[in-house]
Design a protein around this ligand. Structure first.
Ligand code: SAH
Length: 255
């Protein structure tokens, strides 16, 4: 049997190559095999002799098992994810497959190479909405029950976190974002800033800043991150530009 290879889970950042870290670029260049969703593989520069294993965007744990098998055969495998690979992405699938999986996988060196997650890219484009406490949730009920999402969102809204919603909507999940925004409207005031950050860092980037009473789920698609402000989140109007959004670090009192 050949010596065990390695597996690195690489975050590609939100889109533009400028937001790919040098360490992630090195990891891609060193790999003998790239594994991932086709459109992500397309973002990695082509290298001679490098094998590509494109898959669709589902069956993440099976894809992870396939990557671990390749590494167990001595290959140096890079599994690619958009944004950060640990945020609602492939790194967890790799460890899920490893946990209780094939014993030959134990010898593989597994590392994770971080990337800029969509929430941070969206925040940077908007101003500084994450200046106070915040949380992130996936609105997808493919892997968890909708009741869990409603419970967590209610708790997060009551805790006054800025809330980033990943996976807000898709053709298979058309109504969940509308329900989430409706729920937000029962707990947060109508003038709460809401950001729709679509395809940040890609050529079709589009960022809209609105308020909760004007926020409609039609403004989002699969590549949108939706951010709901906290009670302290503010807008700074600008001429002919969307306003800056920020959440002050200072809460008043206590100083
Ligand atoms: N690992 C990724 C998230 C995967 S979940 C990361 O760290 O960013 C997929 C969701 O991420 C999408 O539905 C969308 O909500 C968000 N997303 C990914 N890339 C994005 C981008 N360039 N702009 C805005 N949102 C993005």
């Amino acid at each position: 049997m050949s010596e065990a290879g390695s597996l690195v889970v690489v975050g590609l950042g939100p889109g533009t190559a400028e937001w790919l870290t040098p360490a992630a670029a090195d990891a891609l260049a060193r790999a003998t095999d790239l594994v991932g969703y086709g459109p992500y593989l397309d973002r990695a520069p082509m290298r001679p002799h490098q094998r590509r294993h494109a898959s669709d965007n589902r069956v993440e744990v099976e894809r992870a098992a396939m990557a671990l098998d390749l590494a167990a055969q001595g290959r140096h495998v890079a599994v690619v994810s958009g944004g950060d690979p640990g945020v609602f992405a492939m790194a967890a699938a790799v460890f899920e497959a490893l946990d209780g999986g094939d014993s030959r996988w134990q010898a593989i060196e597994i590392t994770v190479e971080p990337g800029i997650t969509a929430m941070l890219a969206a925040a940077a484009r908007s101003g500084a909405p994450l200046g106070g406490d915040f949380c992130a949730m996936s609105l997808s009920d493919n892997l968890k029950p909708w009741e869990t999402i409603v419970q967590r969102l209610t708790a997060a809204l009551n805790a006054d976190f800025v809330i980033s919603l990943y996976n807000p909507i898709s053709s298979a999940r058309p109504w969940q974002l509308g329900e989430a925004l409706k729920l937000a409207g029962t707990i947060r005031s109508a003038d709460t800033p809401v950001i729709f950050a679509r395809a940040v860092g890609r050529p079709n980037e589009a960022i809209t800043v609105t308020t909760l009473d004007n926020a409609h789920s039609e403004s989002a698609d699969m590549s949108t991150l939706v951010m709901i402000g906290a009670s302290t989140t503010r807008l700074i109007p600008r001429n002919n530009e969307r306003p800056y959004v920020y959440t002050p670090r200072f809460y008043g009192g206590g100083r």
